[in-house]
Design a protein around this ligand. Structure first.
Ligand SMILES: [Zn+2]
Length: 466
């Protein structure tokens, strides 16, 4: 969606079906749901291949290469950046126009937008930009029980220096722990989903409570693409999360903040007309410069590597993913930097030569995380030994909807797009049936003697008038 103005009803309906069909049917409508090949095939295991431009390799079981040995992630990166990222002055002007809309709608309200604040690089920089745009945000922070001291101090510094109100939501630890542990026990790739899903739910919920329809997010295409879908899928899929928890959870998760398909696909965008604005896609986003600026102006302290503001995240990225799936999150991250010309491929390869984490820290982290989640070292070894699982091994919206939605959309999509033409076509059947019956009557009448035919015709005409 390009416009942040309120759309007309007709536009809303069309958008809704475009989005729906794009999500569920792709560009070519297909009723068949196809799970990806998420386990490396025999061939892949014996034949290692790495991209000639970035550092993505066959640890992504679905990777494909062109004739020059360049991977599909690189091609998709170029396309996405060219389509959605606006780095010139025009991009910032567009962002300023959007900000003007946000400010105007927020007149008379306490806040005009909501931002999420984890204390990490992206969300902190978003807070800085939002103030620069003259907006009045409410910052929302979710405490899932894994915050480090540095993160807490960073958040305090940011909101004080920028003069932003902070709303902190503390999750019920026992319920959150049970959900997070169930993801690890299930042995799926993306064990950050319990955190990410809850953040989404809390952001929208807080926005609705404050009668605000804009949320400004820190996701960005320049640095966060290229993660294989087998490593990370199902963040917005409550059906999946619930199904996984039903199998591996041990207690109820009643108060865990969540949202359903209908909320994020229909209710939020079309009924409440809420919009997520990704401000970092409108600028030349250089993380290294952003960090320098934040250190100087906001007293921000670095966490070392990306997303290591939480010990759980550090454990998940540097141990669990690598030990269980051979998936090194540094690969997509470094590959983005290469494609963005912030790093050479040689530098990235050298970085990958180093272990992702110091062995001593790794052991301490593992002990700490497993103890906190209530998983024993033995159980964890068992989890690592089980066959890997992904999103596609469980119930999900993706499996649930296509067939039903497909038939419904087929019947109604064209009616919403071009009502006049479709109504004509549909009434055409009735008209043609009537025309046929008229012809039949003419033929019958023509066979009757003239007087009798005339009497029957008069009767018929009278019946039609009535
Ligand atoms: Zn590549």
């Amino acid at each position: 969606m390009t416009s942040f103005e309120k759309p007309t009803l007709r536009q809303k309906l069309i958008d809704m079906f475009d989005r729906y069909s794009a999500t569920h049917f792709g560009t070519e409508i297909s009723t068949r749901y196809q799970p990806p090949a998420h386990r490396p095939s025999e061939e892949r295991q014996t034949r290692y291949q790495i991209c000639q431009r970035c550092v993505m390799d066959s640890s992504d079981p679905e990777i494909t290469f062109d004739e020059h040995g360049v991977c599909h992630h690189c091609h998709s990166y170029d396309k996405q950046i060219a389509t959605y990222v606006k780095r010139d002055a025009a991009g910032w002007r567009e962002m300023e126009e959007i900000a003007a809309t946000v400010r105007k709608e927020g007149e008379g309200k306490r806040y005009d937008c909501i931002i999420g604040l984890s204390g990490g690089v992206d969300s902190t920089y978003v807070a800085y930009l939002v103030k620069k745009l003259g907006l009045r945000p409410l910052a929302v922070h979710m405490d899932n029980g894994w915050n480090t001291e540095i993160a807490v101090r960073n958040i305090e510094n940011i909101v004080t220096r920028l003069g932003i109100d902070l709303h902190t939501v503390v999750l019920d630890w026992n319920q959150f722990k049970d959900l997070q542990a169930s993801f690890v026990r299930a042995g799926v790739t993306d064990c950050e989903i319990p955190t990410d899903h809850a953040i989404g739910a809390i952001l929208y919920r807080t926005a609705i409570e404050n009668d605000v329809r804009f949320i400004i997010g820190g996701s960005n295409l320049a640095t966060e693409q290229m993660v294989p879908r087998t490593w990370s899928s199902g963040h917005g899929d409550w059906r999946y999360i619930r199904s996984l928890h039903n199998q591996f959870g041990k207690s109820e998760i009643r108060s865990y903040p969540h949202y359903t398909f209908w909320e994020h696909a229909i209710y939020w965008p079309y009924i409440r007309e809420m919009r997520m604005i990704y401000v970092l896609n409108y600028i030349e986003y250089n993380k290294f410069d952003a960090i320098e600026l934040m250190k100087k102006e906001l007293g921000w302290v670095s966490y070392g590597d990306k997303h290591h503001e939480s010990i759980y995240t550090r454990f998940y990225q540097t141990q669990y993913l690598i030990d269980k799936f051979g998936a090194d999150k540094r690969r997509p991250h470094l590959s983005c930097l290469i494609n963005d010309n912030r790093m050479t491929r040689e530098e990235a390869l050298a970085t990958l030569q180093k272990p992702p984490i110091d062995e001593d820290i790794a052991a301490t982290d593992r002990e700490f995380v497993l103890k906190k989640l209530g998983i024993s070292q033995d159980e964890y070894r068992g989890i690592l030994a089980q066959p890997p699982k992904t999103y596609w091994d469980f119930e999900s919206d993706e499996k649930y909807f296509p067939d039903k939605a497909y038939h419904w959309a087929l019947q109604n999509l064209d009616l919403l797009r071009e009502p006049r033409r479709v109504l004509l076509r549909r009434t055409g059947g009735w008209i043609s049936r009537s025309a046929q019956s008229t012809w039949l009557w003419i033929r019958i009448l023509a066979k009757l003697p003239f007087r009798l035919a005339w009497r029957v015709l008069r009767r018929l005409l009278r019946a039609v008038k009535r």
